[in-house]
Design a protein around this ligand. Structure first.
Ligand code: ACM
Ligand code: ZN
Length: 729
């Protein structure tokens, strides 16, 4: 450690923070507790002394994690800290050194999850418990010392790809979960234990894995726990031994599905091509279901597996079901046997999407690829990308290069002093769209209007009424600048944007936003001469506020006309009650708390279709429990897993509404408080599993108690997948 205090500093330390040795490249500060000071934001090395760090709300740990983006070293040895709370330093990617105090007694779940710059770790002797996934994914950790005999949780040290040495002082092996060291099996690793206790470690739960050879372990499938629950499943009492599978036969239209099937069998089962006589058959039968081309039938017999789908999509969902059937209790084992069964299945709703928001905090396409794969496992069929907002513009538009040159980089998201930069080139996005299509996940772009457009206005001020440049927004909330409906350049701009995007996104859908452009922002149209001329030209004479909604209606109708006539697109909107007319043929999203019934009535009255993503069930960016991440936010309510699960996609409106108007379900992941891809997964799952089941499974197949059991197993499998195969395709 390269940290030397000037003599005499420690005893006098009383102030909030004290700068010890400022240096151009490292900024050391010494704290007893964070107060209101923001001096810590540039800190690379922080030493805490004295009173324990706070652990709730905007705690010391939350600020270390979210507000110190340059942090390399945290020294707690002289603090009286007794606990590292759950998620304390979750995904602090730059943290290289963590020095723990002798007073420490417990380390919470995921406390240092994916701190993938840490290289050494010494757990003090007083630590009695280290929670689930506490150091999972610390991929550069080379040396681990356990001085005491702590109880070790599920996946606590899983996915430590660089670990070379574990040193343990306890003669009796610390109690460990079988998955504590997942991923370390067969690694050349030095395990130093007290003389005479090696035999005890060799056979102890969890520890024994470190002595096992990396042979191809095989196991029969675990208990069935399909998620989303299929429409019908009948077990027929036999067993298919997967080593008897010798080949795959697929219809010619199923080359993509054939590749997925091959990958599935080759990596997850004891299948040996050419050996056995059993077959995996993939078939398309377009007459299979009258309702949807996503329906499929999956049959496992002692002679093989047959998946018949109404289309390649249906076959693919059958393969995703097969993939879950192949899950083994030990996630590193290959599946050796499946129970024979017949599954017939189809989705309840047509469009099942998650929305990701790279505008507030950028997320790379490399990070989104595995996310798409996880979505597909639960039969989501769309990823909605919120590509522009007040804080950034994230998609290359060749006609307007400033959008990404000047509109895609800023410092700060609320109190997080992060450098947030990045955009997707059209070519990268085409690649991503093609990747997702192989998983039957379509990418739906969203270009907001007339509000949430500050990034575009920042680059091209002519887009707004005042024509003044405004800075990129660095906080959450709603800005008062809107596109000006009376300015012809707005239509030219949007026309060019859509022309370019039509060559990037093949989806039939395009989301046009439309949210939160009511009052007060709409007031900017009241005093604009161009808006005035337009009102005049349109014969709008009201002065009760409706005049501006009519302007918005005009703007949308022009844009929709372009999208329909030139690009054959179906526009989508966030529903706002003030804007009562939903243009024919468009799709509206019910999102506001308490207004779902009103949105549904408007959809029915307008003959429109509706996506359900009411905040109280579907806003997955909200904390899932009080005090959970994001601990600091703009006042988000809690959306529990059970609330998400209890979403009724028909909202009690019955079968006729569902048949004629319900389009599907959506979960949002607005990213104001999602500063890393790890946080994206943390917020999304398991609630996205609950939403997947709400959108896919028939009401009679859903059961909250049973779901919890299945979701727990799915979460364990997902955690293991992500730790063992972080870039799995
Ligand atoms: C929204 O959450 N503003 C759609
Ligand atoms: Zn105007």
């Amino acid at each position: 450690m390269q940290f030397n205090h000037p003599a005499g500093v420690l005893p006098q330390l009383k102030e909030d923070f004290h700068e010890v040795s400022p240096h151009p490249h490292s900024h050391h500060i010494l704290h007893d507790r964070f107060g209101t000071s923001r001096g810590h934001v540039a800190a690379t090395h922080i030493t805490f002394v004295g009173s324990p760090l706070s652990t709730t709300g905007n705690s010391d740990f939350r600020r270390l994690r979210d507000c110190c983006p340059r942090l390399q070293e945290v020294d707690l040895r002289r603090s009286l800290c007794q606990a590292l709370p759950p998620n304390a330093l979750f995904a602090c990617h730059r943290l290289q050194t963590l020095l723990l105090p002798d007073s420490l007694q417990s380390i919470g779940a995921r406390a240092c999850y994916a701190c993938d710059s840490l290289t050494t770790l010494i757990l003090p002797p007083g630590v009695t418990e280290v929670g689930d996934e506490a150091f999972a994914g610390c991929r550069r950790l080379r040396s681990l010392t356990l001085s005491g005999r702590p109880k070790l949780g599920r996946l606590t040290f899983a996915g430590l790809d660089s670990l070379q040495e574990i040193q343990v002082s306890a003669a009796v092996p610390p109690p460990a979960h079988p998955s504590t060291f997942l991923g370390l099996r067969g690694r050349s690793l030095r395990l130093r234990v007290p003389r005479g206790s090696e035999q005890a470690y060799r056979t102890a739960p969890g520890w024994s894995l470190l002595y096992e050879a990396d042979e191809d372990a095989a196991q029969p499938a675990g208990p069935l726990g399909l998620l989303p629950a299929p429409d019908s499943l009948v077990q027929t009492g036999g067993t298919l031994l997967l080593r008897h599978l010798g080949g795959i036969e697929a219809d010619p239209s199923l080359t993509n599905e054939y590749q997925h099937a091959l990958q599935l069998l080759a990596t997850r089962t004891t299948y040996r091509p050419g050996r056995g006589r059993a077959r995996l058959l993939l078939r398309v039968d377009s007459t299979y279901s009258r309702h949807t081309d996503e329906a499929y039938r999956l049959e496992v017999t002692t002679r093989g597996i047959c998946i018949t789908g109404g289309s390649p999509r249906g076959v693919f969902w059958g393969l995703m079901t097969l993939s879950q059937l192949l899950d083994t209790p030990d996630p590193e084992a290959r599946c050796s046997a499946l129970p024979t069964l017949v599954i017939t299945d189809q989705p309840r709703t047509a469009l099942r999407e998650l929305m990701v928001d790279p505008a507030r905090i950028f997320i790379s396409l490399d990070d989104l690829r595995p996310f798409v794969v996880e979505m597909a496992r639960y039969k989501f069929n769309a990823l909605h990308l919120h590509l522009v907002d007040d804080q950034a513009w994230r998609i290359e538009i060749k006609s307007y290069p400033l959008l990404t040159e000047q509109g895609s980089s800023r410092v700060g998201m609320d109190d997080m002093p992060l450098q947030i930069s990045g955009y997707y080139t059209q070519e990268e996005m085409r690649d991503f769209v093609a990747f997702a299509a192989r998983y039957h996940v379509e990418i739906i772009p969203e270009i907001e209007m007339p509000g949430h457009e500050v990034a575009a206005i920042h680059c091209y001020p002519r887009l707004t009424c005042g024509g003044q440049q405004v800075p990129l927004r660095t906080t959450c909330g709603v800005s008062n600048e809107l596109l000006c409906p009376g300015e012809e350049f707005v239509y030219e701009f949007l026309g060019n944007v859509f022309r370019e995007l039509s060559t990037v996104f093949p989806s039939r859908y395009i989301h046009l936003g439309g949210d939160e452009a009511g009052n007060p922002p709409l007031g900017c149209w009241t005093h604009c001469a161009k808006c005035d001329s337009l009102r005049h030209a349109l014969g709008i004479t009201t002065t009760d506020g409706s005049e501006n909604w009519r302007l918005q209606d005009y703007l949308f109708r022009r844009v929709i006309d372009t999208l329909r006539t030139q690009y054959d697109k179906v526009p989508m909107f966030w529903y706002e009650t003030d804007f009562r007319e939903i243009p024919a043929g468009c799709i509206t999203f019910a999102w506001r708390h308490g207004l779902t019934a009103a949105a549904i009535r408007a959809a029915v009255d307008n003959g429109a279709r509706i996506m359900l993503c009411p905040g109280e069930h579907c806003y997955l960016d909200y904390p899932a429990a009080a005090g959970d991440m994001p601990e600091v936010n703009w006042g988000m309510p809690v959306t529990t897993l059970e609330q998400t699960y209890r979403l009724d996609p028909a909202w009690g409106f019955g079968a006729d509404f569902e048949e004629a108007h319900l389009m599907g379900v959506a979960g949002t992941l607005w990213s104001e408080c999602i500063p890393s891809v790890e946080r994206l997964y943390y917020m999304a799952f398991p609630r996205a599993m609950a939403l997947a089941e709400a959108g896919w499974s028939a009401a009679r197949r859903r059961c909250w108690e049973d779901f919890q059991r299945r979701a727990e197993r799915q979460m364990q499998q997902q955690a293991a997948r992500r730790l063992l195969h972080p870039t799995a395709r």
